[in-house]
Design a protein around this ligand. Structure first.
Ligand code: NDP
Length: 332
């Protein structure tokens, strides 16, 4: 049973030597437990925060311990009455070939509804993040302008498509021409800005002539500063992620925008997807319906092999992924 351990805390950008692959016997299960073979690992930016060793809304990763994250796997042995060998499950499990669960942290996935990988993607945690963040905090209305940063990623690409479903004018910000072309040509975003090559201020002015009503922020930093100068009266700013800051070793300094919030009577609110735990089933249902109807499309960037999971994680900060970043650990 191979596992990925965190062996040192990253300073700045994570490096391969922060992680180690170890091998041990496949664990045995006890009463009420199930043994799960990992099929896909979800590779998520929030894991960077857990590597700092500081308690936040989730416990930090301890040094020398196996990383945990979103996993899709198959039950291969069960002493639990609710799970049978062959069941496909999703849960927060080990970055390893196998995990043991007592059933409390896993849910069954119906493989007939959608490809099972979507259970950690568009019909999983990132999809729910987009759904609740945009609809509950952003409250987009028909005809309004919605700007989303990190637009070609798992969360951002779903946010933009839900905003289109709601009849909004949607502008996405992403880091490569390929990503921008995908958003515009395949996902029907109205406009896209490449933050690495475009003059963001000029493009926002051109693409948001009526100002910005909802800003869904996945990245923070200077990109968000530019968007915040264009918000409208009573704009809603959904603070979902700040990936541009996750590897910084000292606090980023930028314009103080509180004055802008006052002038525009704007709302800026952070959230975590866990805030909506008791409504998750509603989210799974609606996202599943949109995906099966084809009104939400998705892409996955799949890297093969557990041993390559650390590089897949580091790749999030290089912008390697278009869509949801996954690692395939074994065949379905
Ligand atoms: P993504 O699939 O969007 O992957 C990360 C992407 O971020 C990269 O592909 C890259 O795209 C972009 N990026 C990386 N570094 C920078 C940078 N310095 N400046 C701008 N963009 C950068 O990840 P997710 O969809 O899983 O997550 C998106 C955001 O949502 C993250 O900030 C994450 O922490 C947050 N999140 C929050 C949750 C919550 O409950 N609040 C839950 C889940 C996610 P590019 O090529 O465009 O630079």
């Amino acid at each position: 049973n191979r596992s990925i351990l965190l062996v040192s805390r990253p300073e700045g950008m994570p490096k391969p030597e922060n992680f180690k692959l170890t091998t041990a016997a496949v664990p045995e299960i006890g009463t009420g437990e199930v043994l799960i073979r990992t099929i896909y690992l979800s590779v998520d930016p929030y894991m960077r925060g857990r590597m700092r060793g500081v308690k936040t809304y989730v416990d930090p990763f301890e040094l020398g311990e196996v990383l945990t994250g979103g996993v899709i796997g198959k039950v291969i042995e069960s002493n639990h009455e609710d799970f049978q060998p062959g069941d496909i499950v999703e849960g927060r499990l080990n970055w390893a070939d196998h995990s043991v669960s007592d059933g409390a942290n896993i849910r069954k996935i119906d493989p007939d509804l959608a490809p099972i990988s979507t259970g950690i993607g568009v019909v999983g945690m990132p999809g729910l993040t987009a759904y609740f963040g945009l609809l509950d905090i952003g409250k987009p209305k028909k005809g309004e302008t919605v700007v989303v940063s990190g637009a070609a990623g798992a969360v951002g690409s779903t946010v933009g498509q839900i905003a289109k479903i709601k009849g909004c004018h949607v502008v996405g910000i992403a880091g490569t021409e390929e990503k921008c072309a995908y958003l515009k040509d395949e996902l029907a975003f109205d406009h896209v800005i490449n933050y690495k090559t475009d003059d963001i201020r000029k493009k926002l002015k051109e693409y948001c002539p009526d100002g910005v009503d909802v800003y869904f922020d996945n990245v923070g930093g200077h990109i968000s500063d530019e968007v915040l100068w264009r918000i409208n009266y009573q704009a809603r700013i959904v603070v979902c992620g700040q990936i541009s800051a996750y590897n910084l070793q000292s606090a980023d300094k930028g314009p103080r925008i509180q004055g802008q919030l006052i002038q525009k009577s704007a709302l800026m609110k952070g959230f975590i997807v866990g805030d909506y735990m008791d409504q998750h089933n509603e989210g799974y249902e609606q996202l599943g319906k949109w995906v099966s109807e084809g009104s939400i499309k998705y892409r996955e960037n799949i890297i093969e092999g557990l041993e390559n999971a650390p590089d897949a994680f580091i790749g999030l900060f290089r912008g390697d992924n278009l869509g949801k970043q996954l690692v395939r650990v074994s065949e379905e």
